[in-house]
Design a protein around this ligand. Structure first.
Ligand code: ATP
Ligand code: MG
Length: 604
């Protein structure tokens, strides 16, 4: 496995992976040394209520890499105890994405919903100890009794004690009876809860008699209608970890405050003592990394689906043209830290460009076509021009591109009246057509409205195939500009989609409580209205006709592009439908531009 997980947040990693200089590796090493654990077993526990985003990716890379680093195992466990939001289509999408990222849980695929009977048994055990009780308070009353954090006179947050529920001192027998009847469906939804009996004056509000079970008659995608009581996350999670013998339960920082409760349940249930360790969440500028908000974008149709190429989901990044290697490299260089921070999206794009530069085939395509007519070209003649597939990788070889008397060039590469230092085509000027001949502009055609409809030129037959490299070192006739082209008769018509940042501000969740008109502010106000530009008719060289979905290219001078691929992750047909443009034209998504904006930011 490549270098992973060294270094501090935001700074490039250093040192070989085997060293494991991050704080989680340190903790694990200590645990092994002092005998707290004899081996390492981690798990990645997604809730199947949405598709994975790049933040989850950080989490499972840490889970899998720690297991690998210490010769241990990593489980994939679906934390599926919230029936109303979960679905099998999410399970399928999650598995697909973890695999695509290059990780394998082998046969260790588990479901918290398979543990319902086990969890029920442990709840009964805790009741028998007198440490859990059935409560009749309503949801509102429960939170009212719990109390809230307030600011004291020095503006320091304090948590005045809550108050005990009048049902708190029910006898063990009564609690056992009521809990059994909750399970049997004798009470309506929400009429009762099972609560841990801890301390209603605890400074940590989560420790104030947290709810362990609630009554919900919701259909569960796996257990169907077998259960009408469902365990809460804080009760279920530590005990599921324990059931699987998880030694190190790695999770993001927001669970730190839950840790005392995690340990309380493990102690009370007297199960395997899994250890929870928290790390900083991944945050990236100009996007949101939370399923709740991503779901809203999908449901309210601000994007075409979970795999919309603007989404920070793994499926979205894949469809945008990201490689798994680029994402892994990014996560590795961001590293593991104990405090949350924000990573610039330009750094993610930098990691992507680094990878694509090495691996993607170069082709020529014209996004804003303008006809170029070579007046001294023999009518009907077609020549084959040789082009390099990837200057970074000799083994990628060469290909032949047809060249003829009528070509498409970019509108931007011609100007009737050029500004100073414009080295492309204009009347009287000569440029090289990439891999082919030097042409000199002789004139142009216009329609009645004055629009340029074609540019005319003559070619110099002695200059064929001149500049092999961008430097023009092997040039047989020096000209200042080189432009790309596609033979009109052989061009592949295609649709191209150009993407920009999904949100126009760095921190989309920073919104004022109220808009100027008094209505509540929303992160949706920060959406970039121009995040998608569709070019309905562009032209590519013939080799693009047979591009497979997901094939990545560098369109010379324009950027990296990927042939759009249909969403293959959603077995249940939940996500977006296959995306093929009208008229059967292939669709190419712009992945990222050629220019490195990260270098500039890093300098700052
Ligand atoms: P979200 O906030 O997106 O809904 P979640 O934490 O509720 O995420 P889970 O399916 O419970 O979603 O997450 C699975 C694991 O991924 C958890 O262990 C969680 O700690 C981790 N995780 C989620 N988001 C991030 C993130 N942005 N950075 C790092 N880890 C994350
Ligand atoms: Mg969660």
């Amino acid at each position: 496995m490549e270098k992973l997980l060294e270094g501090a947040e935001g700074a490039p990693a250093e040192g070989p992976a085997s060293e494991g200089t991050d704080f989680i590796s340190e903790f694990i090493r200590e645990d092994l040394k002092n005998g707290r654990f004899s081996h390492v077993h981690t798990r990645f526990p997604p809730e199947p209520n949405g598709w994975l985003h790049i933040g989850h990716c950080k989490a499972f890379i840490i889970d899998f890499s720690m297991a690998e680093r210490f010769g241990g195992k990593c489980n994939l466990r679906f934390d599926d105890t919230n029936p109303e939001k979960e679905d099998i289509s999410y399970v399928e999408a999650i598995k697909w994405d973890v695999k695509w990222m290059g990780y394998d849980w082998e046969d260790r695929e588990y479901y918290a919903s398979d543990y319902y009977e086990y969890l029920y048994g442990l709840a009964v055990k805790i009741i028998k100890k007198g440490h859990a009780y059935v409560d009749d308070l309503s949801e509102e009353e429960t939170s009212e009794y719990r109390g809230t954090a307030v600011a004291d006179k020095n503006n320091i947050t304090i948590t005045p004690p809550g108050k005990n529920s009048p049902y708190r001192d029910r006898s063990v027998e009564e609690n056992l009876d009521l809990f059994a009847r909750m399970r049997a469906g004798e009470f309506p939804d929400s009429a009762k809860t099972l609560r841990a009996k801890i301390d209603m004056a605890h400074p940590n509000l989560l420790m104030r008699d947290p709810v362990m079970y609630r009554i919900r008659r919701d259909y569960h995608y796996r257990t169907r209608n077998d259960w009408c009581i469902y365990p809460m996350y804080d009760f279920q999670h530590p005990l599921s970890d324990a059931k699987e013998g998880i030694t190190h339960s790695l999770c993001s920082l927001e669970y730190e405050i839950h840790r005392p409760l995690y340990e309380w349940f493990i102690n009370e249930a007297e199960v395997f003592p899994s250890r929870q360790i928290e790390f900083a969440r991944l945050n990236i500028t100009h996007t949101v990394l939370s399923k709740r908000w991503l779901l809203r974008l999908v449901q309210e149709k601000y994007v075409s689906g979970w795999d919309d190429p603007r989404m920070p989901t793994i499926a979205g990044l894949r469809r945008r043209g990201y490689t798994a290697a680029a994402i892994r490299s990014f996560i590795s260089q961001v590293g593991i830290a104990k405090t949350d921070s924000m990573v610039d999206i330009a750094f993610l794009e930098y990691c992507l460009r680094e990878d694509l530069n090495k691996t993607s085939l170069r082709v020529m395509a014209v996004l804003k076509p303008l006809k170029l007519i070579i007046e001294n070209w023999e009518q009907g003649k077609v020549e084959e021009i040789e082009a390099v597939n990837n200057p970074e990788d000799e083994s990628a070889g060469k290909r032949k591109i047809p060249f003829s008397g009528e070509l498409w060039i970019e509108q931007d590469d011609f100007m009737e009246v050029p500004p100073p230092k414009y080295f492309r085509l204009y009347p009287g000027n000569a440029v090289r057509l990439r891999y082919a001949y030097v042409v000199t502009c002789t004139g142009l055609d216009k329609d009645a409205a004055g629009n340029i409809t074609a540019v005319r030129c003559t070619y110099d037959a002695e200059t064929r195939g001149g500049n092999a490299g961008a430097s023009g070192a092997f040039d047989n006739r020096k000209v200042k500009g080189t432009i790309h082209w596609v033979s009109a008769a052989h061009a592949v018509p295609m649709e191209v989609r150009i993407y920009d940042k999904l949100f126009s501000v760095e921190r989309p969740m920073d919104v004022p409580a109220r808009r100027p008109d008094g209505t509540p502010g929303s992160f949706l106000d920060n959406l970039n209205p121009n995040s998608l530009e569709t070019i309905p008719l562009a032209y590519g060289e013939p080799s693009l006709a047979n591009a497979a979905g997901g094939a990545r290219y560098q369109f010379e001078r324009l950027g990296y592009f990927v042939k759009d691929s249909e969403n293959s992750a959603d077995a249940a047909g939940r996500g977006s439908p296959p995306d093929t443009a009208a008229e059967g034209k292939p669709v190419f998504n712009k992945t990222v531009g050629l220019r490195d904006t990260w270098a500039k930011i890093a300098k700052k």
